[in-house]
Write a protein that binds this ligand. Structure first.
Ligand code: NAD
Length: 301
């Protein structure tokens, strides 16, 4: 028989992830502090619990998909309906922490899980809401090889690429490094398009050269910040996300936390964090992060 799953945090990502587990035949008992999220999950076949602790009681596997590290700590050992997971879960439960949180917080969360007699993996994802709905997320996983092997069949329901990155925190480390590349590369591509405009180069000409030359990268060839060359990119639909500016700003904030903790210089990563923090505060939070090109163009007139 399939293992029973407690699922905490049924928002944009957690809702469709839980729905895919139900569709695959798992019994999923869910909780969210927002009633509307619980109602949507109920419609998808999730058994609704009255508290996080109730969702974890009797579960073999406890999945958390929450906004930030403080929410994970509150869910693990806080008071009230949204807390108490570690105490409620039966000994030896497998905790899969799928939220994007700081590497340090992931390591602390892992220690909390072990200290209460459970097992745990950090397993942040990429692929966005589209990937959560399609069951095609990438999972970046940190923790022991045995726990990774034990969790693989569950990740495979929700994702397509499942990568064991190393010990506790390694999943979050991989995610924060990847997204630092992404933030920096999108700014670089956007600056090049605006410079091309000023030099009288068409978008298509720059694309045709760079996409087949050493400037090639995902920010250019998949998420191209100008409309035209890549029809599926958010620039062609008024920069509807996609990957929202608020999430890029959040992830770069986690990157800077890691840079400071490790003493890595990374002037480009730090600059990208400042650029995206301002972008999110000045109206870009809800648009695709590639709309940064409009900020660069506006500042260049
Ligand atoms: P969201 O805000 O839509 O969902 C989070 C849910 O957690 C909310 O419904 C909230 O009510 C609930 N919650 C908070 N505290 C709780 C508690 N103690 N108990 C129960 N429920 C609680 O966020 P999201 O977009 O689903 O993102 C979740 C995580 O995934 C974040 O860490 C985010 O950075 C990461 N992520 C998001 C995307 C994306 O495209 N949205 C992509 C990759 C990773």
């Amino acid at each position: 028989t399939r293992r029973s799953i407690g699922f905490i945090g049924l928002g944009h990502m957690g809702g469709p992830m839980a729905a895919n587990l139900v569709a695959a035949g798992y019994t999923v008992t869910g909780f969210d502090v927002v009633p509307a999220a619980l109602e949507a999950a109920h419609a998808a076949g999730v058994v609704v619990a009255a508290s996080a602790g109730e969702a974890a009681t009797g579960a073999d596997v406890v999945i958390t998909m929450l906004p930030a590290g403080k929410h994970v700590f509150a869910a693990y050992d806080g008071d009230g309906p949204g807390g108490g997971l570690l105490a409620a879960a039966k000994p030896g439960s497998l905790f899969l922490e799928c939220s994007t949180i700081a590497v340090e917080d992931a390591r602390i969360a892992h220690e909390m899980v072990l200290a209460t007699g459970h097992r745990g993996l950090d397993a942040p994802v990429s692929g966005g809401v589209v990937g959560a709905e399609a069951g095609s997320l990438t999972f970046m996983v940190g923790g022991s090889a045995d726990d990774f092997a034990d969790a693989a069949e569950i990740f495979e329901v929700m994702g397509k690429r499942i990568v064991h990155c190393g010990g506790p925190g390694a999943g979050q480390a991989a995610k924060v490094c990847n997204n630092m590349i992404l933030g920096v590369s999108m700014i670089a591509v956007s600056e090049a398009f605006v410079l091309g405009e000023k030099l009288g180069l068409t978008h298509q000409a720059l694309f045709d050269v760079a996409a087949n030359a050493s400037g090639q990268c995902w920010s250019l060839t998949a998420n191209c910040p100008v409309p035209g060359p890549v029809p599926a990119s958010p620039a062609n639909r008024d920069y509807q996300p996609g990957f929202a500016g608020a999430l890029m700003a959040k992830d770069l904030g986690l990157a800077v936390e890691a840079l400071n903790a490790t003493g890595v210089q990374a002037s480009m990563g730090r600059a990208a964090e400042e650029i995206y923090r301002n972008f999110a505060q000045e109206g870009g939070a809800g648009t695709d992060f590639s709309a940064i090109i409009n900020t660069i163009r506006a500042a260049s007139d």
